[in-house]
Ligand binder design. Structure first.
Ligand code: C2G
Length: 129
């Protein structure tokens, strides 16, 4: 059983997120996702439109996602990798190099970001409606 792990806010899910989740899942037999808590988002200077519970329900309904757990801080990844026995850590390449310290614990893969779509752009266009 090869477990893949990834993290994110996943607010207002769009094809960029799905593309990432699909490719991450394809690298193993199951995908576990650390979903940023509302408090952690504040720490990332990100405010999500949907709160954690909403974002969790949506993420859990995605066929590529097997399990969702809260991401409360930057430091929990090493213990999560051990807790979920993850062999591969995946992030979009906007994070390229930022998590190379995890190579000591598992394979680290940065996947190309899907161009021309982001939650920020969606929120901006919504604000002009
Ligand atoms: N993503 C993507 N293409 C996009 C938008 C996002 O591939 N057009 C990817 C990001 O690279 C990330 C994942 O989708 O791997 C989730 O994106 P966000 O919800 O924006 O997550 P982020 O705020 O980057 O949080 O500890 C890590 C952080 O929690 C990551």
């Amino acid at each position: 059983m090869k477990t893949v792990i990834t993290y994110g806010t996943f607010d207002i899910l769009h094809r960029g997120h799905i593309n990432l989740l699909k490719r991450a899942r394809a690298l193993g037999d199951r995908l576990v996702v650390g979903l940023s808590s509302d408090e952690f988002n504040a720490g990332k200077h990100k405010s999500s439109l949907l709160n954690y519970e909403n974002r969790k329900i949506v993420l859990e309904s995605i066929r590529y996602v097997d399990f969702v757990f809260p991401e409360d801080n930057w430091e929990q990844k090493v213990s999560d990798i051990s807790k979920y026995n993850a062999q591969i850590f995946v992030m979009g390449n906007d994070w390229e190099g930022k998590f190379d310290m995890l190579k000591e614990y598992c394979e680290v893969v940065y996947l190309d970001r899907t161009p021309a779509i982001s939650t920020t752009e969606i929120k901006t266009s919504l604000s002009h409606v």
